[in-house]
Write a protein that binds this ligand. Structure first.
Ligand code: ZN
Length: 256
């Protein structure tokens, strides 16, 4: 373990996290994610370079726009921190069983999940313009470096199970808690993780989702009857990606 490498990975994660914030803010508003420079949503003043340093600027500015003093959401530094932590964990896993290629793919996959999660929390929507290209990139990468058959299997099992959930929800409750975006997210996870880890992801998503929904209902914190399932699927996928192998080994070992 080389400490300087971990520091570099953390800095890289913070920078990517800062870009993910831009994606989360701009993609649902149909704005370009490249131009123009970031600006304050209230007074529209362009954010200066020194004000754009992940986490550090937020602390120096005490969470307020330097021009109009409008408070900046805590979510910006939070997304940056989450991204950096994910990157560190994926980098750490490299030492166990990953190739560099697989690691880069995982970094990309987790970044996409972070963007999907925060947009889904805000808008209850998973955008096709994110899922479609990411699925295609995943299939091409897997076909080049892995098994195309496994990838296609993951695609259909991931998407299929969520589709089945929707059908069953309609049948028993007369309503659909999930949407087509969730089916595409299931397929996307299937492409990147393969069918086994996708099953684990969805299983974990259901457990965490029921617990959190239960707590929200008890606290009466729920704004509507609908809770986005995408964030739970993303969380399940990230846990499976990082610890899935150990979870499955443990399960298979103690099952008897
Ligand atoms: Zn401002």
């Amino acid at each position: 373990m080389i400490v300087s490498e971990y520091i570099l990975v953390a800095i890289f994660g913070l920078i990517i996290g800062s870009f993910l914030n831009v994606c989360i803010y701009r993609i649902p508003k149909k704005l370009s994610i490249v131009l123009p420079r970031s600006f304050c949503p209230k007074c529209k003043t362009a954010i200066k370079s020194w004000e754009n340093i992940p986490i550090i600027s937020y602390i120096i500015l005490r969470g307020k726009c330097s021009n109009c003093k409008e408070s900046i959401s805590i979510r910006y530094p939070l997304v940056e921190a989450i991204t950096a932590i994910m990157f560190l964990l994926i980098w750490h896993n490299l030492w166990f069983d990953l190739s560099i290629y697989r690691m880069l793919m995982n970094l990309f996959f987790v970044s996409v999940l972070i963007v999907v999660t925060f947009i889904d929390i805000d808008y209850l929507l998973i955008h096709d313009k994110i899922t479609y290209p990411v699925i295609i990139i995943g299939i091409v990468l897997q076909a080049m470096y892995n098994s195309l058959g496994q990838t296609v299997l993951g695609f259909f099992i991931g998407g299929g199970i969520i589709y089945l959930f929707i059908l069953l929800g309609k049948l028993f409750y007369g309503q659909d808690g999930m949407g087509g975006g969730d089916v595409k997210l299931g397929a996307l996870i299937g492409v990147y993780l393969g069918w086994k880890m996708t099953l684990l992801s969805i299983f974990l998503a259901c457990i965490v989702g029921s617990v959190i929904s239960g707590i929200l209902i008890l606290l009466k914190k729920k704004k509507s009857d609908y809770i986005a399932f995408g964030p739970f699927m993303s969380l399940g996928a990230i846990i499976s990606l990082l610890f899935g192998k150990r979870i499955l080994d443990w399960y298979l070992y103690y099952r008897w």
